[in-house]
Every structure is written in structure tokens, then in C-alpha cells.
Write a protein that binds this ligand. Structure first.
Ligand SMILES: [Zn+2]
Length: 184
């Protein structure tokens, strides 16, 4: 991508707007950004995995486990199980005596699988957020390059704007670190 850009007639160094973008990282080297040629690793692979049915099942199970229905069902299940097995309805119906070893085993297995499903869902959400961040990055980069070129053709003092941007970023970063220092 970078090679194609520098080989074309519109090289960064012949265009004043591109020169300003180039110089914004402190080094006028003909590369607009060190990151401009970087593309998302295994993006298609990630998207494919997002579509996979088994992962969607994991999402569905996690959603259900995070609902109040899950609590109600378990409350009713445990209630009936315990009532039956303490002999509240009749000694003939007791199949899992106190301290309910079978129930303990079933619930332990359920907990193991549920925690795994939660982690699978978390990984999928993180992958989704990564893709979104990458798209945001590309959109920001595109709009920056466009606005610098538009500003240049309108006769805006680009170095002045770049200086203001630098000061504004520094100021807001300082404010942010001061805020964090006062709250913590
Ligand atoms: Zn340009």
C-alpha cells in the first residue's frame, strides 16, 4: 500500500497537505503514518468465527444464564428436588438423600460448562470490539486526510491547525491525568 502510494504521481512530499500529515508524527519521511499499511490480522478468520453456529449457541446459552428465567427455573428445580428428597411428599419418592449428592454432581457439571460458555462469549465480544475499533481507525484516518486536503485547497494555515491540535491533545491528556490523580 505504501509502495503504491509513493510510486504514484501524487507523492506525499509533492503535496503540501500530505506533507503536513507526514510531519505530524514528528518525522517527515514520506510515510503518512507508520500504521497506514497495517491491516487487521486474520480479519476474515475472526468474522468467520463470529458466524459459526456453535459460537452462536454459546452466546445463546450465556444470554439465558444471565436472565432471571434461569434463576426462577433453578429455584423451582432445587425446591422440588429438596422437598422430594427430605421426604416431604413421601418416603417412597426419595431418590437422592441429604446432602443430595446427585444434585451436587449435576450442579457442579453445569457450573463447569456454564463458565466455559461465558468465556467463549467474552472472547467473541472482544473480537467484535476489535473489528469495530479497526473500522473506526480507518474512518478517522480517512476523514483526517480528507479534511487536511480540503483545508489546504481552502487556504487554511495547516501548520497552525496542526499546532492547535497538538496543544489541545496535550491539554486534554494533562487534564485527564490530573482528574485521575484527584479521584484515586
Ligand atoms: Zn496530498
Amino acid at each position: 500500500m505504501l509502495v503504491a502510494m509513493t510510486d504514484s504521481a501524487h507523492t506525499p512530499l509533492s503535496c503540501p497537505a500530505c506533507r503536513v500529515i507526514d510531519a505530524a508524527d514528528g518525522l517527515e519521511d514520506g510515510n503518512l503514518f507508520a500504521t497506514i499499511g497495517r491491516s487487521l490480522k486474520h480479519e476474515n478468520h475472526v468474522v468467520e468465527s463470529l458466524k459459526r453456529a456453535q459460537d452462536r449457541v454459546a452466546d445463546g446459552i450465556t444470554t439465558f444464564a444471565g436472565s432471571l428465567n434461569f434463576v426462577y427455573i433453578h429455584t423451582i428445580w432445587f425446591g422440588i428436588w429438596i422437598l422430594l428428597n427430605v421426604g416431604a411428599i413421601g418416603a417412597a419418592l426419595v431418590f437422592d438423600k441429604f446432602p443430595f449428592g446427585l444434585l451436587t454432581m449435576i450442579v457442579s457439571l453445569e457450573a463447569i460448562f456454564l463458565s466455559t460458555f461465558v468465556m467463549v462469549s467474552q472472547n467473541r465480544q472482544a473480537a467484535r470490539a476489535d473489528i469495530r475499533a479497526e473500522l473506526d481507525f480507518e474512518t478517522n484516518l480517512r476523514s483526517e486526510i480528507w479534511s487536511v486536503h480540503i483545508g489546504q485547497s481552502l487556504g487554511v494555515d495547516l501548520t497552525h491547525v496542526e499546532e492547535v491540535v497538538r496543544q489541545a491533545i496535550e491539554g486534554s491528556k494533562r487534564q485527564l491525568s490530573e482528574d485521575q490523580g484527584s479521584t484515586s
